[in-house]
Ligand binder design. Structure first.
Ligand code: ADP
Length: 674
């Protein structure tokens, strides 16, 4: 089945599908990108939050440590500043707190009463005299007196040996005894020491911690982040009475891959699987679409085929209701499809007089009886009331589940066929009548043709006899013989009439086994009569041991006579000349050597003359009845000969004879050997 290929191009679906697919892909890719970006942002924000929380925790720790330190330092005022005990306590305190680098007791005028330095930093206060820090100490202590509590100085840089230095900060704690100020306890903090001592190391892993100025300048560094990585920063304020420090925590930004976390990975995987599913869906849709298109084309093809059919098609359900009719069926019964479809029994095209028969037939069909495969004939009625014969070929309608849902029938209108058959019959009758007439004519012609010879012979013998009777001198010796010949020829004429009439009536001829020599002998007198008139010598040559032939004797004699007469007529006086020695007609009979496989034996007869031979026109029309080149000829001889020979299962052939003449040959079946 071929379908028009341009239908595929006219269908807009595939291009639209590809566009939708591409859009969807772009959308999904975009979605995935946004998702990755958001996830990264979320990750970064979370990291930033962690960092801020951690730096806040460190600042809190420091604040509480500083408060606790303040309390510890306060305990120093219980000992006399000049006593060894104070010194001892101060040293212990410095030893246990690395954040503290110096402890002093100053009187209300800031004069130093006692002091102790940290053992860890060596000669910290030798590069510069301690007095250099006095303004800071004083500011802190003034503030402390005002608030009657600890107060901190702002941090400052204190150079040490080797061009290095430390960021330091003073804490001043006013001491009073029974309401009178006794001076100040001054604790000097190293910012680096504070970080080293109090920063929670677990929070610092891989991170950098520093005290910075408000503008970000680093004051003191505790730890740094190794080399050139993108950093995240979080700061916390360490607000102390009198001074606020800024703490900064640094963390390297964590490297984020394409799928930085499980969420992105999961969403990515889901998107991918969605894409795969969509691809499968699209593939499926394409296949479905193609199938639908093929189905539509097949349907259109089927529709066109049904519409072009001259055979009526009808489908009926199990209740006998019409479910489908094609245009040819509607034309046939002369009803529109609307009137036919859905109509039950009796069908609108059933002739009234046959309703009962059809109802019965329908009942048989509904009972599940097998229908004849070759169909059955029926009679339908057109809407105008005319009846017409139809041939119905019916087959059960089987649905996809294998259950029968009804019947499908092809209905052929037989009216035309019947008309042609009727016409043929009439023609046949006419032909037969004509044939009978023709046969009568043929018989008459044949009779006159075949009777010519015996009648001529009788006339000739009768003339001879009359001559004998008229001449008493010659005596009547020859009379009995002439009379016998007359009787014999009259007999022959009678037989000819009988066998010709038999032949014309196509009756089964009487077949008998006859010797070839007998056949030739019985036609000899007639041959001799004609030959002597034309001065022709007749040579008869019968092969020794030729088997008898099975034939209708009289008819075969007629054939031989006809062929011999034609041969002699082909040699009129002077052609060939008398002295040429060719005025000879030979009749020969020989057995045909049977082939090994051939079951039958044959005997071949040949009649050879030396006349002019057959003209080209004669060769083609020889056997056509009434073809003749002779003025008195009837043109029936050869056609009769061929018919007779063919009725004997033989074949009549002719061939030229060199140097001149023609030979006619035919074969007859040999009688079976006894
Ligand atoms: P008729 O003898 O009455 O003409 P035939 O059917 O016997 O009819 O012969 C038809 C024609 O065939 C003859 O008129 C003749 O022209 C040709 N014909 C038949 N036999 C011979 C023959 N032996 N030699 C030449 N022509 C022949």
């Amino acid at each position: 089945m071929t379908h028009p290929s341009n239908a595929a191009q006219a269908w807009p679906y595939p291009r639209r599908w590809w566009l939708a697919g591409l859009l969807l892909l772009a959308l999904l890719t975009g979605l995935l990108g946004v998702l990755v970006f958001l996830a990264r942002e979320y990750e970064a924000a979370r990291e930033q939050d962690d960092l801020s929380r951690d730096v806040e925790a460190i600042a809190n720790d420091m604040r509480s440590e500083l408060t606790r330190n303040t309390q510890t330092v306060q305990l120093l005022n219980s000992a006399d500043p000049n006593s060894a005990l104070w010194q001892q306590r101060a040293e212990r305190l410095l030893q246990s707190h690395r954040a503290l680098v110096r402890l002093e007791w100053r009187d209300p005028d800031m004069a130093l009463l006692a002091s102790s330095n940290t053992p860890f930093l060596g000669a910290l206060f030798q590069t510069l005299p301690r007095d250099q820090a006095l303004p800071d100490i004083r500011r802190a202590c003034d503030a402390a007196s005002r608030i009657s509590g600890p107060s901190y100085s702002s941090n400052y840089f204190w150079p040490t040996a080797g061009g290095r230095g430390l960021a330091l900060m003073e804490m001043c704690l006013p001491i009073a005894q029974s309401g009178t100020p006794k001076g100040f306890l001054v604790a000097t903090y190293s910012l680096a020491g504070m970080m080293a001592e109090w920063a929670n190391t677990s929070l610092l892993r891989g991170r950098g911690l520093a005290f910075t100025e408000a503008d970000g300048t680093r004051l003191s560094l505790h730890a740094t982040v190794p080399g050139g990585r993108e950093l995240m920063l979080a700061g916390a304020l360490l607000d102390l009475p009198g001074h606020t420090l800024q703490l900064q925590l640094q963390s390297p930004r964590r490297p984020l891959g394409l799928f930085p976390n499980v969420l992105t990975a999961v969403v990515g995987a889901l998107s991918l699987s969605l894409l795969v599913v969509l691809a499968f869906l699209a593939h499926d849709m394409r296949r479905r679409w193609r199938a639908e298109r093929e189905l539509a084309e097949a349907l259109a093809f089927r529709k066109a085929m049904e519409n072009s059919l001259v055979t009526g098609l009808r489908a009926r359900d199990m209740q006998g209701r019409l479910t489908y009719v094609n245009p040819a069926f509607c034309d046939m019964v002369g009803l529109p499809p609307e009137q036919l479809l859905g109509s039950g029994l009796p069908a609108p095209y059933w002739p009234d007089e046959l309703l009962d028969v059809y109802q019965q037939r329908q009942a048989v069909r509904l009972a599940g009886q097998a229908l004849p495969r070759e169909g059955f004939e029926s009679m339908f009625q057109r809407s105008d009331g005319t009846r017409f014969p139809v041939l119905i070929i019916e087959a059960p309608l089987i649905d996809a589940h294998g259950t029968q849902t009804g019947w499908m029938s092809a209905v052929l209108d037989l009216s035309e066929q019947r008309r042609v058959e009727e016409l043929n019959r009439a023609q046949q009758d006419r032909l037969q009548a004509t044939a009978r007439l023709a046969m009568m004519g043929e018989m008459a012609s044949l009779l006159s043709h075949e009777l010519n010879q015996p009648l001529a012979a009788i006339a000739s013998y009768a003339n001879g006899s009359l001559n004998l009777l008229a001449d008493p001198q010659r005596g009547d010796d020859g009379l009995p013989s002439a009379m016998r010949q007359i009787v014999a020829q009259a007999d022959r004429a009678a037989r000819v009439i009988k066998s010709v009439s038999d032949f014309v009536r196509r009756r089964e001829q009487v077949r008998e086994a006859v010797n070839a020599a007998d056949l030739l002998e019985s036609i000899q007198p007639l041959l001799a009569l004609q030959a002597s008139k034309l001065g022709i010598r007749v040579l008869i040559n019968v092969q020794a041991g030729v088997p008898p032939v099975v034939c209708d004797r009289t008819m075969v004699e007629q054939v031989l006579l006809n062929l011999a007469r034609n041969g002699m007529q082909a040699m009129p006086h002077g052609d060939p000349p008398a002295r040429s020695g060719w005025r000879v007609l030979s009749l020969s009979v020989q057995a045909v050597t049977p082939e090994a496989s051939a079951a039958r034996r044959w005997v071949e007869f040949a009649v050879t003359d030396h006349g002019q031979g057959l003209s080209e026109a004669a060769k083609t029309q020889l056997f056509i009845p009434f073809f003749t080149t002779k003025a008195d000829g009837m043109g029936l001889g050869l056609s009769l000969c061929r018919t007779v020979i063919e009725q004997h299962a033989g074949e009549l052939t002719h061939a030229p004879v060199l140097p001149r003449g023609t030979v006619f040959r035919f074969r007859l079946p040999a009688a079976p050997a006894l």
